[in-house]
Design a protein around this ligand. Structure first.
Ligand code: PMP
Length: 366
């Protein structure tokens, strides 16, 4: 052999495909493909970011103590049990890195977040796919997929790309059905968007159980996707294991300052939540009116809606039509969803624009 050979399990990874912001011919269009915050960033976070970028020669605080203390105070948590990462993506990788290895099995749902499979294969573990129940997470299917080799389960709640929510009772049932040595990773990237601020009990489980890790992010509700800040909460033993392999300085000084300020700007968060709830409901209702044409919106508790196309207009046609109309959304044939589009809830204007464009496509198809 003449060159270094990547490990076979690495070559089995399908690389992550990020949401796009331009069309094939380079036109700039409204980006509704990555579930970002259409209202921008908290003004307080923006000001803190600008004010913190004056010590470029210094490493950040490797313990991110101010951020951990701020999060702990805001959510009533133990700061020693908080770990930060370069986006919650890093935490998802740390979990597999610390708790799974060659030949172990990690379960995720059929329409799950793409990073679960990448993080699983990266450590030589085997992804085991649990079937969904009409796009929603099926706890019985996950429990049925457990074998002697299962070391972890990844569940996003709400789930991406389906937007579906798993109730508190179902999460408790899932946890109760797993062995105590199986790590349950509850991915709360979209948890702040759940209607009425209900929650799935994941943080309480992470507080009391020795096999639950909750991951959270500043990329969505807090409007800080560019700064790559995520965090996790779990038992001291889980956190300690992940600390052993994490990058020492994976978040920046300015980003951390922005995150600390963002936690304090509850007005911005409340405004974002209310905006999203209003327009998610409106948009889902509009899709419902196109039911005769075979469109349906999967019930969502996130900041996006999965629209399924079962009539004359295919998801691919709609993807192209929306692009022509000035909107990039997410078509995910590579994730087994050639029949659906995941559409981020945008500004009022964008959301109305997408609904109008979809209606026009349906009418044109007759
Ligand atoms: N989990 C889920 C379910 C997501 O959709 C995303 C963002 N695409 C992430 C985690 C990662 O987000 P970040 O790394 O920006 O925190």
């Amino acid at each position: 052999m003449t060159a270094p050979q990547p490990k076979p399990w690495i070559m089995a990874i399908a690389p992550y495909i990020p949401g796009r912001s331009t069309t094939d011919d380079g036109r700039k269009v409204a980006k509704l493909s990555s579930n970002e915050n259409p209202l921008g960033t908290s003004p307080a976070a923006r000001a803190a970011f600008a004010g913190a970028s004056n010590s470029l020669e210094r490493y950040p605080d490797a313990g991110a103590s101010e951020l951990r203390e701020t999060l702990a105070a805001r959510h009533g948590l133990d700061p020693a049990r908080i770990i930060y990462g370069n986006g919650s993506d890093e935490i998802l990788h740390l979990a597999a890195g610390a708790f799974a290895g060659l030949g172990d099995e990690i379960i995720h749902v059929r329409y799950g977040f793409a990073v679960y499979e990448i993080a699983t294969r990266r450590v030589g573990a085997v992804p085991v796919i649990a079937p969904d129940k009409d796009y929603a997470t099926d706890v019985d299917a996950i429990l049925a997929a457990v074998t002697d080799k299962t070391v972890m389960v990844y569940v996003a709640n709400p789930n991406n790309p389906t937007g579906t929510y798993t109730s508190r009772a179902e999460v408790a049932r899932l946890h109760a059905g797993l062995r105590p040595d199986t790590l349950l990773v509850l991915d709360h990237a979209y948890a702040e968007y759940i209607e009425g601020d209900a929650e799935d009990g994941g943080m309480a489980l992470a507080e009391t159980a020795s096999n639950v890790l909750v991951t959270r992010t500043f990329s969505k509700m807090y409007g800080l996707a560019a700064e790559r800040i995520g965090w996790g909460y779990a038992s001291p033993a889980i956190i300690e294991a992940m600390h052993r392999i994490r990058l020492p300085f994976s978040i920046t000084i300015a980003g951390t300052a922005a995150a600390v300020a963002a936690v304090g700007d509850t007005d911005f968060v409340d405004h974002t939540r209310a905006h999203n709830a209003t327009w998610r409901r409106w948009f889902s209702d509009e899709i419902g009116k196109l039911g005769n044409a075979g469109l349906r919106a999967v019930p969502s508790q996130a900041n996006f809606v999965l629209v399924v196309f079962e009539g004359k207009v295919s998801a691919e046609d709609a993807y192209k039509g929306l692009m022509d109309a000035g909107f990039i959304v997410r078509w995910l044939p590579g994730q087994g969803l050639p029949q659906a589009l995941r559409i981020t809830i945008g500004t009022e204007e964008e959301t109305r624009g997408v609904a109008t464009a979809l209606r026009a496509l349906v009418e044109a198809a007759g």
